[in-house]
Write a protein that binds this ligand. Structure first.
Ligand code: PDD
Length: 277
């Protein structure tokens, strides 16, 4: 296994960044995780486009699409051409004396590697989740490496025996700590509109597209906590999560939702499997 770091392919235990790297000191970096089904990149261009968006938003001048070749090479070098895998890309603003002021001359630092993941069998899973206040910043559309609030939310869920934490901003569901979030109400699919409150998930976009192909109505509108009584199905999506139904939601130690149906989620999973394999 090798990782690509600033122009070199290195063994992981020989790949080091400076202690003054700004992603390390400030979380001043962005990242992307792209799935590869049996060696083939899924929505690779969309992932690179989102990476470019993150770079542009934090004003790092870099051509995200120049990384496409390296992504394929990473899969190749890791011997994952026939396996399910993902490629992690991280760009840091670079290393410089610790200061809030960004030095004029600073070199973008690039880390990229492939790793094996289990993508098969997701359709057999269901998740019990909790819900809590969304304590993240107001630029969740940037795929920033500064993930402390996400990590804390996920840890709160895991330590209490849940699979994920659904986040609430002013009583409205935004997304999971590491997944996009969907609700089904009277046969209509709802998901938070794109904007600073959520990451514009690539799997989310694919699910919206699948719904269109099945003539299922999607409304990109926030769902309030109080609407849970009317909700029939809940599911989360993500690159490695794919599409997983939520069987229950617990809030302040009280079960506030248990699944009522699963037929729509099942339909979406079926089409998703066909599109990815
Ligand atoms: N996480 N929302 C958040 C906060 C996420 O971290 C992720 C994915 C998603 C789903 O986006 P996508 O479908 O593009 O993967 C939504 C990645 C996989 C991670 O941090 O590892």
């Amino acid at each position: 296994k090798e990782v690509y770091l600033n122009g070199k392919w290195l063994k992981p235990d020989e790949a080091f960044v400076s202690v003054f790297d700004r992603a390390f000191m400030f979380g001043d970096g962005i990242y992307e995780v792209t799935p590869f089904y049996k060696g083939k990149g899924f929505k690779l261009k969309e992932h690179l486009k989102r990476l470019q968006y993150s770079l542009d938003q934090i004003q790092i001048t870099f051509d995200a699409f120049s990384l496409e070749k390296l992504m394929l090479e990473a899969i190749d070098r890791a011997g994952l051409h026939n396996a399910d895998a993902a490629v992690y890309i991280q760009l840091s603003r670079g290393a410089g004396a610790r200061s809030h002021f960004v030095p004029e001359k600073i070199e973008t630092s690039i880390l990229l590697y492939a790793f094996g993941v289990t993508l098969e069998g997701f359709e057999k899973k269901t998740w019990h989740v909790m819900a809590s206040e969304d304590k993240r910043w107001y630029r969740c559309d940037i795929k920033s490496t500064a993930l402390l609030a996400n990590v804390m939310a996920n840890e709160a869920a895991i330590s209490a025996g849940f699979h994920e934490n659904l986040l609430l901003r002013n009583g409205y569901f935004t997304e999971g700590s590491h997944s996009s979030l969907f609700f089904v109400k009277y046969g209509v699919v709802y998901t938070h509109p794109e904007g600073p409150e959520i990451l514009s998930g690539i799997t989310r976009a694919e699910v919206i597209n699948i719904c269109a192909s099945l003539n299922i109505k999607v409304i990109e509108k926030t769902v309030h906590f109080d609407e849970l009584v009317e909700v029939e199905e809940v599911f989360v999506t993500g690159t490695t999560t794919q599409i997983i139904p939520i069987s229950s939601i617990t809030h302040h130690n009280k079960k506030v939702y248990t699944t009522r149906k699963d037929s729509l989620t099942k339909k979406l999973q079926e089409v998703f499997i066909k599109r990815t394999r």
